[in-house]
Design a protein around this ligand. Sequence first.
Ligand code: MG
Length: 162
Amino acid sequence: MIVTKIRTGIGYDLHRLVPDRTLLLGGVRIDYPLGLLGHSDGDVVLHAVGDALLGAAALGDIGEHFPDTDPRFKDADSKELLASVCAQVRTAGWNLVNADVIIHAERPRLTTYKDAIRESLHTILQVPVDAINVKATTNEGLGPIGRNEAIACWASVLLTSE
Ligand code: MG
């Protein structure tokens, strides 16, 4: 008898918006005068998805895997970090079924970028594009996200064993 195990995971990340940084969300370059501050490239979407995957596989969090005190990860390409997380999750015997993402940003408006972010996640995560969903919401002008001081992201994933 084949027993399929399932696991869910959630991930969250927030980075501060600052001048003179390239804004990257889900590995997609966004045309905007501010970018996300971080030891790596600050891509909150890829970090949240990575944490969701690690959480579901009970493999810790991305801060443990890629410490911000380690110079190897200075300005790191988060696409490579997420690909590494995916490889570890697969090696542990898990397959990604789907990922659902909520990007929390007052500005820029991300409607025209959602499909590109979905395509990018599909490429990095190596799952069908219809297994990825990307949503975007504002914070109705409230709090640090509403004041456009930061962008955050939530992600959830479902994993199954063979
Ligand atoms: Mg981060």
